[in-house]
Every structure is written in structure tokens, then in C-alpha cells.
Design a protein around this ligand. Structure first.
Ligand code: AP5
Length: 211
């Protein structure tokens, strides 16, 4: 099964992506994670991410095209953070058609923007294993240390409040129209992202279990 997770920054796409990968054996493909890895060697990408700006469509689509050539995607995949513009979605449709790949479901995880800001401001991530925490909602057992590898947790540099607000504006302008785009295609499922992590996971799982 192949799915897409849509939703604003802080909606919980990464959190749910990891849970779904574990529970259903699909590959979680996060373009944010891919570009955070690429930024170590690519100054342009590094700067765009730090400012909360989008990486150009042609680069993004190219990265996805290459990633979808790997054997593991045959288990099914879950896209998190892609597509993010109408142009990416249209180009992706062409890729899917050419390769005869079908998207089964598109989940739209909806949360209010102020909740997004609150969540992102409290997010801390482990630079080693990538596990994400929230200082109040899901704190680590020992403050500032990863439960799994004991590394010191860090705050993403695009998680500062002013940058988050810019990311939300970009989301509204470029990514929100995708909800209508996939609504018209008839494959969208609305998920109430304001609930707790487990509740959100249950809402998504019930659609995956019946397939
Ligand atoms: P990306 O990493 O994709 O950032 P994003 O979409 O802004 O999403 P986030 O990672 O901020 O939020 P999330 O929804 O994954 O929430 P999370 O689960 O972490 O992209 C980063 C950058 O890369 C972009 O700005 C852009 O520059 C570039 N990029 C990536 N893809 C691109 C593309 N396609 N085109 C162009 N550029 C691209 O949760 C957030 C916090 O909330 C955590 O602390 C978590 O613990 C907590 N939390 C999660 N769920 C809940 C819950 N239910 N209740 C309470 N707290 C919760």
C-alpha cells in the first residue's frame, strides 16, 4: 500500500510516519529527513531549510524519482512532506503513471496553526537516531537526553518561532491547495491531528487495517 501524509508543519507527520512504518512495514519516506541529510554537503539546501523556504520543485521531484527506484518501496511506502506544491503533485502524477504505481490513500492531518507553533516550539530531536520529543507532551525520561541513545537533544534551527510562522505561511500558500487537489482525485482521508499521538495513530490505522 502506498500513502501520502499531508498536513502543516507540526501536524505530526513524522511522528505518525515512524509509527506506521513500524506497525505496517511500509517505508517511511520523509523529504524533510532527506534534505536534512543533504544539507550537510549542500550549502544551498542548508540555507533554504534554515530559512524555512522550500527546496525548488525540480530538485525535490528528482530526489523522489531516484528514491522510488529502490527495491524496498515494493513493500509499500508512506510519503511525508511530499508533494508540497501543486507543481510537485502534478509532476509526481506523471512519475506514478509512467512507473505504474498507485497511491491508495492520502491522509490529511489537520491541526490549528497555533497548535503547530506550540508543538514545534517544544520539539527536541535526537541528532543521532532522529527520535522526536516534545518538552511537555512527550518528554524524554531524562531531561534533554534521548531515551534510546542518551545523546543530547537539539532544537532544529528552522524551529525558531519566527521561522515556524514563515513555514506556516508557505504551507498555506503552496501546500494547502493540495488538499483540494487530492479531494478531487477522491483519495483523501481527514484525520483530526489535534488529538493525542495514539488517538491519531488509531484514526490512521483503521484505514490501513481494512486494506
Ligand atoms: P519537514 O521536515 O517535512 O518539515 P514540516 O513539514 O514543516 O514538518 P515538521 O517536521 O515540522 O512537522 P511534522 O508534521 O513532521 O511533525 P512532528 O511529527 O515532527 O521539512 C523541512 C524542510 O525541508 C522544509 O521547510 C523545506 O525547506 C524542506 N522540504 C522538505 N520537503 C520538501 C518538499 N517536498 N518541497 C520543498 N522543500 C521541502 O511533530 C512535531 C512536534 O509535535 C514533535 O515535538 C512531536 O513530539 C509533537 N507531536 C506530534 N504529534 C503530536 C500529537 N498528536 N499531540 C501532541 N504533540 C504531538
Amino acid at each position: 500500500m502506498n500513502c501520502i501524509l499531508l498536513g502543516p508543519p507540526g501536524a505530526g507527520k513524522g511522528t505518525q510516519g515512524k509509527k506506521i512504518e513500524e506497525a505496517f512495514g511500509v517505508v517511511h519516506l520523509s523529504t524533510g529527513d532527506m534534505f536534512r541529510e543533504a544539507r550537510k554537503s549542500d550549502k544551498v539546501v542548508d540555507e533554504l531549510i534554515a530559512l524555512g523556504q522550500l527546496v525548488p520543485d525540480d530538485i525535490v521531484v528528482d530526489v523522489i524519482k531516484k528514491r522510488l527506484q529502490k527495491e524496498d518501496i515494493k513493500k509499500g511506502f508512506l510519503l511525508d512532506g511530499f508533494p508540497r506544491t501543486l507543481n510537485q503533485a502534478k509532476e509526481f502524477d506523471v512519475v506514478l503513471e509512467t512507473r505504474q504505481i498507485k497511491i491508495d490513500l492520502v491522509f490529511f492531518i489537520d491541526v490549528h496553526f497555533e497548535e503547530s507553533v506550540k508543538r514545534i516550539a517544544g520539539r527536541r530531536v535526537c541528532p543521532s537516531c532522529g527520535v522526536s520529543y516534545h518538552v511537555i507532551a512527550t518528554p524524554p525520561k531524562v531531561p534533554d537526553k534521548c531515551d534510546f541513545c542518551c545523546n543530547l537533544l537539539v532544537q532544529r534551527n528552522d524551529d525558531r518561532e519566527s521561522i515556524v510562522r514563515d513555514r506556516l505561511k508557505i504551507y498555506r500558500k503552496h501546500s494547502e491547495p493540495l488538499v483540494d487537489y487530492y479531494k478531487r482525485a477522491g483519495s483523501i482521508v481527514y484525520i483530526d491531528g489535534s488529538k493525542g499521538e495514539l488517538d491519531v495513530f488509531k484514526q490512521i490505522s483503521k484505514h490501513l487495517e481494512i486494506r
